[in-house]
Design a protein around this ligand. Structure first.
Ligand code: PMT
Length: 400
């Protein structure tokens, strides 16, 4: 996987060299981007030697003080599209301010705006700067936007003061990066069953009832769980998505097919996550011949489908059971109702009327409702990030 490491101007910039080495040990391909002030503390040559790549130092080509660095004036877009994660370590108060306010002042701040990859920042600065309301406000803004923050440590600082502001330990930063990329192997030995996509209920041989699910949320869960070392069974309604590598893919069409597949494969799973948008109703009698057009009104009689999640909830045992709730109103009330009715350990609720949430989007905005009464609202995140947050919660539930 490819990551960009932004190095900004602070004494801790020298620690970024060690960080590059550790990231490489995790088999990450690192492209270093340095700000002008970072180069006052450490030279690009150090990072070029460690990565075997030109270090990006300028927005538009080389200047006299640095080696040739960018291949084209739109290099930031190319890098933005290429990377799986942007890490900034050390991150100064200045770069946090630029990120929070969308200022594209140099290559790094422009890269932040241009990339859709997850972002991790590891701040390092003087304690007063760290505690200043402006810095804390900027961090709040970034966190609300889904940026991952590796908080600095307390200790003796280069400025001679003591307090919070020292760059987090290299291991803590590497751990966060691997976690966000889903490279931790904390689900090893577990089988995770995920359902994804819509179901189709036939009206006649050419027509069916379905919904707007693209499968993206469920496939992100399958991919994230697989990267974290789980054996994954993905039971999927019809979608156009590529099957994540290493996943045991079971295609189904109707609610009945999904139910049969889930019931059979759930026996081997310690975790079941139902992200599929399952039809609640189906035609009471599917026609064997195409319905003919006529001048009269046509009434379609529907019957309820079996509730797969509720069935599993009744035979839950020690299995962790996670359901979703797609809501258009009274999110918390409906989600809590589903949590109780379906016997799940957790309900992931999304208000599908919100922009950037729900059906056929690359992002989602969810709140996790847990049996012990806790509610964990998450900001707008990529579906892959949402998947990892759900899996973090699942792990916590398994450890109880
Ligand atoms: O696929 P995407 O385009 O990425 O969109 C993601 C999503 C909106 C589909 C996803 O985030 C989501 O909300 N999935 C659940 C959709 C849904 O059917 O919600 P529900 O509130 O109607 O159902 C509650 C739970 O019961 C769900 O876990 C569902 O899988 C399950 N269910 C529902 C009906 C049924 N007959 N059997 C079930 O098991």
């Amino acid at each position: 996987m490819k990551i960009a490491l932004g190095v900004t101007g602070g004494v801790a910039a020298y620690k970024a060299a060690e960080l590059v080495r550790r990231l490489q040990q995790e088999k990450l391909d690192v492209q270093v981007v340095m700000t002008r002030s970072a180069r006052e503390f450490i030279t690009p040559l150090t990072f070029a030697a460690l990565t075997g790549k030109k270090v990006i130092t300028e927005m538009f080509g080389a200047d006299d003080a640095a080696p040739a660095n960018v291949e084209s004036a739109i290099e930031h877009i190319a890098v933005a599209q290429r990377i799986d994660l942007l890490l900034v370590a050390p991150a100064t108060a200045d770069i946090l301010g630029q990120f929070a306010h969308g200022i594209a002042g140099d290559f790094l701040s422009t890269l932040y705006l241009a990339t859709k990859a997850p972002v991790v920042v590891a701040p390092a600065m003087n304690v007063n700067m760290w505690e200043h309301p402006a810095t804390q406000e900027n961090l709040k803004t970034l966190r609300a936007r889904g940026v991952h923050v590796v908080d600095p440590e307390e200790g003796y600082l280069a400025c001679g003061m003591t307090g919070a502001g020292r760059l987090a330990a290299t291991e803590a930063i590497v751990e966060k990066v691997c976690g966000v990329l889903g490279l931790r192997h904390d689900l090893e030995g577990q089988t995770v069953l995920v359902t994804a996509g819509p179901t189709r209920e036939d009206i006649d041989p050419v027509r069916f009832l379905t919904n707007r699910s693209s499968g993206k949320m469920g496939y992100a869960l399958a991919e994230a769980a697989s990267r974290r070392g789980a054996r994954v069974v993905l039971i999927s309604g019809p979608t156009d998505l590529p099957v994540p590598e290493g996943v045991d893919w079971v295609p189904v069409r109707t609610t009945e097919e999904m139910r049969n597949a889930v019931r059979e494969r759930a026996r081997e799973a310690q975790v079941v996550i139902m992200a599929a948008a399952v039809s609640d109703y189906r035609p009471a009698a599917a026609q064997s011949q195409k319905l003919k057009r006529g001048d009269d009104r046509l009434t379609l009689e529907l019957e309820p489908t079996p509730d797969i999640l509720a069935e599993l909830g009744r035979e839950k045992g020690s299995r962790i059971l996670v359901g979703f709730a797609a809501e258009t109103d009274r999110l918390a009330e409906n989600a809590r109702g589903k949590l109780a009715r379906k016997g799940a350990d957790m309900i992931v609720a999304n208000d599908v009327t919100q922009e950037g949430a729900g059906f056929d989007t690359d992002t989602n905005i969810v709140t996790l409702f847990l049996r012990d009464g806790r509610e964990v609202p998450l900001p707008k995140l990529s579906k892959f990030d949402v998947a990892n947050r759900i899996l973090d919660q699942v792990l916590q539930l398994r450890q109880r």
